[in-house]
Design a protein around this ligand. Structure first.
Ligand SMILES: [Zn+2]
Length: 137
């Protein structure tokens, strides 16, 4: 999907570098607590559930379902209206705010609970953003 404007690109921090490195390599990376097995997002160096710092990084399936969305009709840098800002439920549990691509941005096309899979869109030399497309049947 061509973008009309350059989108804002996030700046990786030491805590999120592994995540952005993963996106650059086409992998959605999540963290899981070694103590309580809680999987969480966004990246942080300790478990949000039990505060353990023994956490592991792993490659997520990239599968998700559409949990909620809002369709915006006003232009924003990098977005051609109408566009949906969506929240997806990852198969591993966490929810993530993202965009839905390869799909009409209408309530008819965007069905809640529809199966999705991750794609990566380059927004700068260093940053690929994860977005989600309807899963291939
Ligand atoms: Zn934990």
């Amino acid at each position: 999907m061509p973008r009309e404007f350059k989108r804002f690109a996030p700046t990786p921090s030491p805590e999120t570098q592994h995540y952005w490195d993963g996106c650059k390599e086409g992998e959605l990376r999540l963290q899981r607590c070694d103590q309580c097995e809680h999987t969480y997002f966004p990246p942080r160096p300790f478990c949000p559930k039990c505060a353990s710092r023994e956490v592991s990084i792993y490659k997520a399936s990239g599968k998700a379902t559409l949990w909620s969305y809002v369709i915006h009709h006003r232009p924003m840098p990098g977005f051609k209206p109408p566009y949906a800002i969506a929240v997806v439920q990852l198969q591993e549990g966490p929810r993530m705010m993202t965009n839905i691509v390869e799909c009409e941005q209408t309530p008819e096309a965007l069905q809640l609970d529809m199966p999705l899979e991750v794609r990566f869109e380059s927004v700068s030399d260093d940053i690929n953003l994860p977005v989600f497309a309807p899963a291939q049947k």
